[in-house]
Design a protein around this ligand. Structure first.
Ligand code: NAD
Ligand code: GLY
Length: 367
């Protein structure tokens, strides 16, 4: 095997590697050093398991293996399903030395991570992200959890994996719409902290949508490096980590209002980032040309650039008022001072916010 690219998440004695490369699912030595005992349970879903479960099981010979396969979809990210996994592990007498392996996209990763954080008060887990979004974002940094009807990811824990194995070959089977959803989070890193990467993305976005391997590896590696830096600086989100939520204040409201699963998380984040850019412009921070460039990049990435028309202003405000970043009831926004520099603020004129909520397809346009 060619050595995988390794990005480290530095968190003292909880530091861990992210391995990035092709065909890593067949590399036993990427897994075994991170498996503590003899019991392993792979958690996946009924879309990903038929594609990759046997391959993964083949490198884990010698372990007592169990699998738990959930139905696919964001709507399955529930406490009920978490309880089903606990019960299955308990009934098969899986002990504290068990290692859980999350094989799937962000939904599986967040849920398996939450089970790992809580089963028998905490067991080891490994992330094997198979969607682009999971490879660039959700598998890294230890946020785990589930949705509640009143808000996304409202119940969970910070709990870091032992390692992340991102096999880029798994992206070959990812539907185009899901690839685009992952690109939204990739673009996010350029917007919040890395102008050079944003410029690279503008030049390479078509290669990425066409799944050029080298471009994808560069995008995944850079995204993981950006995220690892932020997580190292602020693991539990007391400050700078909140900037990773660019687009999420609007995006989570859209996901909840439209019904989980109806808009992909990445699609909601994309339009949320454009709304954040529009609001930044209205507040006199970003210039309109930058808002237009963001809109153009999202569009070429295959992402929506018009918010759903059915959500009313008051629905947005009510859902956003429950955002996890809020302090003392005021909505805290991640905005852009410029491309490559995020800004966290609660100081937003409500008239300007309303203008953004009503801008619809005119975002990024002056008239
Ligand atoms: P997802 O897990 O639903 O995966 C998207 C779809 O692609 C699903 O249908 C899945 O079965 C399918 N899929 C995954 N890998 C595939 C493959 N290789 N081939 C074919 N199909 C494949 O969604 P997602 O976009 O991966 O993740 C979104 C979730 O991640 C949301 O719940 C979001 O809240 C969460 N998230 C968490 C964090 C974090 O820091 N923990 C960050 C961002 C997003
Ligand atoms: N996706 C946001 C975070 O990990 O903090």
């Amino acid at each position: 095997m060619a050595d995988p690219i390794t990005v480290s998440v530095e968190l003292g004695n909880r530091s861990y590697p992210i391995f990035i490369g092709s065909d890593l699912l067949t590399e036993r030595e990427l897994f075994t050093p991170y498996i503590k005992g003899s019991q392993v349970c792979i958690i996946s879903n009924d879309v990903v398991a038929p594609l990759y479960l046997e391959k993964l099981k083949a490198v884990l010979t010698g372990f007592e293996l169990k699998e738990f396969i959930l139905p696919d979809g964001e709507a399955e990210k529930t406490l009920d399903n978490i309880a089903h996994i606990y019960d299955a592990l308990l009934s098969d007498r899986f002990e504290r030395n068990v290692t859980l392996i999350a094989l799937g996209g962000g939904v599986i990763g967040d849920m398996a991570g939450f089970v790992a954080a809580t089963y028998l008060r905490g067991v080891n887990f490994i992330q094997v992200p198979t969607s682009l979004l999971a490879q660039v974002d959700s598998s890294v940094g230890g946020k785990t959890g589930v949705n509640r009807p009143l808000g996304k990811n409202m119940v969970g824990a910070f709990y870091q994996p032992q390692c992340v194995v991102a096999d880029t070959n798994t992206l070959n089977t990812l539907p185009n719409k899901e690839l685009s959803a992952g690109l939204a989070e990739v673009i996010k890193y350029g917007l919040i902290n890395n102008l050079e990467f944003f410029n690279w993305l503008e030049a390479n976005i078509v290669n990425l949508t066409q799944r050029n391997k080298d471009s994808l590896v560069h995008a995944i590696k850079t995204s993981c490096e950006e995220k690892a830096k932020i997580v190292t600086a602020d693991e539990k989100e007391t400050g700078i980590r909140a900037t990773l939520n660019l687009g999420h204040t609007f995006g989570h409201a859209i996901e909840a209002a439209m019904g989980y699963g109806s808009w992909l998380h990445g699609e909601a984040v994309a339009i949320g980032m454009l709304m954040a850019a529009d609001l930044s412009w209205r507040l006199g921070k970003l210039n309109i040309e930058d808002v237009a460039s963001i809109k153009a990049l999202l569009k070429v990435a295959g992402l929506p650039v018009v918010p759903p028309e059915s959500i009313t202003k008051s629905e947005y405000l009510s859902l956003m008022s429950r955002d996890k970043k809020n302090v003392k009831g005021s909505i805290r926004f991640v905005l852009l001072e410029k491309i490559g520099k995020a800004l966290l603020t609660a100081d937003v004129d409500s008239n300007l916010l309303e203008q953004t909520l009503q801008a619809g397809r005119t975002m990024g346009e002056t008239s």
